[in-house]
Design a protein around this ligand. Structure first.
Ligand SMILES: [Zn+2]
Length: 108
């Protein structure tokens, strides 16, 4: 089943639960099978990396963004500077556009 999310890659979102609650970032990736998203600079975890002589990669600790559940983020509306619910409206030619339910500003 193909799930439709209201959040897309490159959207600005605010984290509404967990240790990074209140952080705002840009969606880098959507993991559809897991209902998770990767948000830029949010949910940073440290990971040990093994050196790889083939690629010249040095070992050490790297910081990466761990995926967070899509229900823990909300779309962030830049015109009202708040996390918001998304509504849909249809244009005359049948295009579906997202809008901010708070200020009615179009998001697409
Ligand atoms: Zn708004």
């Amino acid at each position: 089943m193909f799930k439709k999310y209201k959040i897309k890659v490159n959207d600005k979102v605010m984290v509404i639960a967990g240790k990074d609650k209140g952080k705002i970032g840009t969606v880098k990736k959507i993991l559809r099978k897991k209902d998770k998203v990767i948000v830029d600079q949010v949910n940073i975890v440290k990971k040990h990396q093994k050196p790889n002589p083939y690629t010249g990669q040095t070992g050490g600790i790297i910081e990466i963004e761990a995926p967070i559940h899509i229900s823990n983020v909300m779309l962030f509306c830049e015109s009202c500077s708040k996390p918001t619910r998304v509504g849909y409206k249809f244009t005359e030619d049948g295009k579906k556009l997202r809008y901010c339910k708070r200020c009615k500003e179009l998001l697409d």
